[in-house]
Design a protein around this ligand. Structure first.
Ligand code: ASP
Length: 331
């Protein structure tokens, strides 16, 4: 029974993941199936603060390794819909941890929300003896109710991360699964209380294109309406010892719009791969490099033959390039 006034609502959108996963035994924390339990059930399993109404909506029910552009579009549309409702103060999205960072960056770039949109997940399935999902969901609710907060955030294992910096950093360990690289987490949540560790905006602010200026708050990004099948095709290639231009040529022959290169060192690309990329660039393919180390900022050089993006992992740089290409086409 919820007797709270109807002016404060949190919407919880479920997309699946380990947080909604089940295994045959409570001791099984690896051999489980993600995306099995509905969001209503997950929400019913956590205590909800009085004075706030809650709504649950199942947007998808997948293992996030299988995330698609079509689901991203539906999710962004649903988030936009709820953000536009004056009574909604914040949104929580439950998500698999595998691609959580990509979805976070996608939502930030497409919506630049003026209210908190908080992603969370779990490293252990809901059936595990020591499942981490309920605490993470509870922390996400705490964050989504935080007055004055805006933008896309992620909270896992008590750490609050900015969408720009967050990345999965460990395949199994519960407490170290997510990190924010050199920037570090924005804050921590313990016993239902939030403490900030640093100011926001340092990392995202240095990425000049993080929130394109002049974007109206009317949620008009082309990713919200352009059919997902028509989104620009952008692939990721890695520069490594023995790299060649063969994959670049194969992609160009198929018809590709953009290539993100996970570069070595300070954004360096193997000579053979670079030569093929320069040819692709002159044929109209947009190339963007980002360090493959994933941690630490690169320092672009005037002599670089390929443009570099700073502060985004290769997976996020792919999202970025795809969105930039959509924006350019729609301009
Ligand atoms: N494969 C799972 C997913 O991303 C992993 C998780 O949620 O932790 O959906």
């Amino acid at each position: 029974m919820n007797s709270a006034p109807d002016n404060t609502r949190i919407v919880v959108l479920g997309t699946g993941g380990t947080i909604a996963g089940t295994a045959a035994s409570p001791d099984d924390v690896v051999g489980y199936r993600a995306g099995q339990i509905g969001i209503e059930t997950l929400l019913a399993g956590v205590s909800r603060p009085p004075g706030t109404r809650f709504e649950a909506e199942q947007v998808a029910q997948i293992d996030s390794k299988d995330m698609t552009h079509a689901i991203w579009q539906t999710l962004a549309q649903r988030v936009a819909h709820h953000l536009a409702r004056p009574e909604v103060v914040g949104i929580v999205v439950t998500h698999g941890t595998d691609t959580l960072e990509e979805t976070a960056w996608f939502l930030q770039r497409v919506l630049a929300p003026g209210k908190p949109v908080v992603l969370t997940g779990a490293m252990r399935p809901a059936t595990a003896r020591e499942a981490d999902g309920p605490q993470n969901l509870s922390d996400a609710i705490t964050l989504a109710r935080e007055p004055g907060l805006s933008g896309v955030l992620a909270v896992l294992a008590g750490s609050v991360h900015d969408a720009c910096d967050v990345r999965k950093a460990n395949p199994l360990r519960q407490d170290d699964a997510f990190a924010s690289g050199e920037a570090g987490p924005l804050g921590v949540i313990g016993a239902g209380r939030l403490r900030w560790l640093r100011l926001r905006g340092d990392a995202a602010g240095s990425v000049a294109w993080a929130v394109p200026s002049g974007r109206p708050a009317s949620f008009s990004h082309p990713a919200l309406s352009l059919p997902a099948a028509d989104w620009p095709r952008v692939e990721i290639l890695t520069s490594h010892a023995g790299a060649t231009g063969a994959l670049v040529r194969a992609l160009c022959a198929q018809g590709i719009d953009g290539i993100v290169v996970a570069a070595t060192g300070n954004g360096a690309v193997h000579r053979e791969l670079q030569d093929a990329l320069v040819v692709a660039q002159s044929a109209g393919v947009v190339v963007l490099c980002t360090p493959r180390s994933g941690v630490g900022r690169a320092h672009p050089q005037a002599i670089d033959r390929l443009p570099m993006v700073d502060g985004l992992t290769p997976a996020k740089a792919r999202v970025e390039l795809m969105l930039r290409l959509m924006e350019r086409a729609g301009a």
